[in-house]
Design a protein around this ligand. Structure first.
Ligand code: HEC
Length: 145
């Protein structure tokens, strides 16, 4: 009984120490080993940019650059809102726009895969509307942007 209690107290103390260590780390302005802080970059699709010169720290072992957070807009059309709400649950809709133009059958297969393999909770009528939207805007024949 006493042993259990002191073990529990020990665990609590360890958790407390861990929590304060991680707070201290997140408050630190400089993380050892990072030679360049990460930052959120505005969208720069279609532009070519030169990276800024790096300010290397002596002894640093890795760098963090710009995190790619830009999500290109989806083409307007019937079904767009369904795509935005259902296809953005697990990943950004960039997964759609970054594909090359794909044949309609491939989009059908992809949507089936998201539902069947990855468990996307998309009701059948919405899935059909999403497939129709993708076929109308993202195939070799229909893709414009
Ligand atoms: C339940 C979560 C989930 C939902 C919802 C979802 N996806 Fe995915 N999707 C994934 C996973 C997991 C991957 C594979 C990720 C990877 O490989 O990095 C993926 C990858 C993709 C890819 C990349 C190609 C491939 O085969 O890996 C495309 C395109 C894609 N999804 C489109 C869609 C579309 C369109 C929808 C909406 C119908 C959708 N996703 C909804 C989980 C989901």
């Amino acid at each position: 009984m006493t042993r259990h209690r002191s073990l529990a107290i020990g665990l609590l103390a360890a958790a407390g120490a861990l929590a304060s260590a991680s707070t201290a780390l997140s408050q630190a302005t400089k993380v050892p080993g990072v030679i360049q802080e990460g930052n959120y970059d505005p969208g720069n699709l279609g532009m070519s940019m030169q990276p800024a010169p790096r300010n290397d720290d002596a002894g640093a072992v890795y760098a963090v650059g710009a995190w790619p957070t830009y999500t290109p807009p989806l083409v307007d059309g019937d079904g767009k809102a369904l795509v935005q709400s259902f296809c953005g649950i697990c990943h950004s809709t960039t997964y759609i726009t970054m594909q090359p133009p794909l044949p309609g059958a491939t989009w059908e297969h992809l949507v089936d895969k998201m539902i069947g393999t990855f468990g996307a909770p998309i009701p059948e009528p919405a899935a059909q509307a999403i497939i129709a939207y993708l076929k109308s805007h993202y195939t070799p024949e229909t893709r414009k942007e």
